[in-house]
Unconditional design. Structure first.
Length: 317
């Protein structure tokens, strides 16, 4: 930790009122006319010093703590999880459609594109704020649930609530966008059905417009299920990041999320969430003072409506 550089950066962006030395860093009591921009500038100024700043309210002023950043290098497990997820999806496709390469590609492609675009959304959010990384992919069990979702590392430190929101929002948005074209395109491709769809309310209402037995559409519907599960407001899922930036999560939200996961067949993922949340905790943004922007709050509520409509579609289907 370069104390001289850090102290100069703090004094450059904030008015110092008091100073305390801590065991693993130090604390400033500061004030600023534009605390959000001052904190972002400070964050970038000390990024290479091995330290991170953390800001919280302290009466009429602010407490700015400087602490040692957790040491972390390139993750070796992320590529392994990616390969395992792809293999699980391909094996599951074989169980669903047999050994037809065309049908296997049609069934697996929507989820594979979902994986790619979800991580592109994560990279877009990270580049926008100058930091960020890929998610931990959670492979599933072929013929049961071949892929479960994405987890953000608890060691990630969003700069503020706006970045915390962006990490979840851009990932979910691009993942959602990736699903829709496959549902539309599937209606124009004469692919053999993987099974004869049953009579449901949804198939009765719009079955003449959407071929539910088409493997491309079936794969897209499973892809949307993954998007919905990861939108649930719990732990380090995309939905957990967003809801925590809008308002603090509650135990009720966590319980509801775990129940919905289990009912939708993601029981193993629900268990992972329960145990990981208890042992690893949840990472809050470094700046806990700056509120989420009004535009982002509006986008979140709009996304809730879209996801609920999609969930009703799945439930009726």
């Amino acid at each position: 930790m370069d104390e001289g550089k850090i102290d100069a950066a703090v004094r450059k962006h904030f008015k110092i009122i008091d100073f305390y030395r801590l065991e693993d860093g130090f604390e400033y009591i500061v004030s600023s006319e534009n605390v959000e921009q001052a904190f972002i500038a400070l964050y970038h100024d000390i990024l290479g010093t091995g330290a991170l700043p953390k800001l919280k309210s302290s009466g009429k002023n602010y407490s700015l703590t400087i602490f040692n950043a957790p040491k972390s290098g390139p993750s070796k497990i992320k590529p392994v999880l990616l390969v395992a997820s792809i293999i699980a999806l391909i094996i599951d496709g074989y169980f669903q459609v047999g050994n037809s390469i065309l049908l296997l590609v049609a069934f697996s492609l929507p989820v594979l594109v979902l994986l790619a675009l979800h991580e592109v959304g994560r990279l877009i959010a990270g580049r926008k704020w100058g930091q960020g990384g890929l998610s931990y992919l959670v492979p599933g069990i072929p013929a049961v649930v071949p892929f479960m979702g994405f987890i953000t590392s608890p060691n990630a430190f969003p700069v503020n609530k706006n970045q915390q929101f962006d990490l979840g929002f851009f990932s979910i948005l691009l993942a959602l966008i990736s699903v829709l074209p496959f549902i539309l395109i599937g209606n124009f491709l004469p692919l053999s059905p993987i099974s004869k769809p049953g009579i449901t309310i949804m198939s009765y209402l719009i079955g003449r417009y959407i071929n539910f037995g088409n493997p491309l559409i079936s794969g897209a519907l499973f892809a949307f299920t993954i998007v919905f599960v990861n939108f649930l407001p719990t732990w380090q899922l995309d939905g957990g990041l967003m809801v925590d930036s809008v308002k603090y999560r509650s135990m009720g939200m966590d319980l509801l999320s775990v129940m919905l996961m289990s009912l939708m067949g993601f029981f193993v993922f629900a268990l992972i969430i329960i145990f990981a949340q208890g042992s690893l905790g949840f990472t809050n943004p470094l700046d806990t003072v700056t509120p989420l922007s009004r535009n982002r709050r509006s986008m979140y509520y709009a996304l809730i409506i879209i996801m609920l409509i999609g969930f009703l579609f799945l439930a009726l289907f």
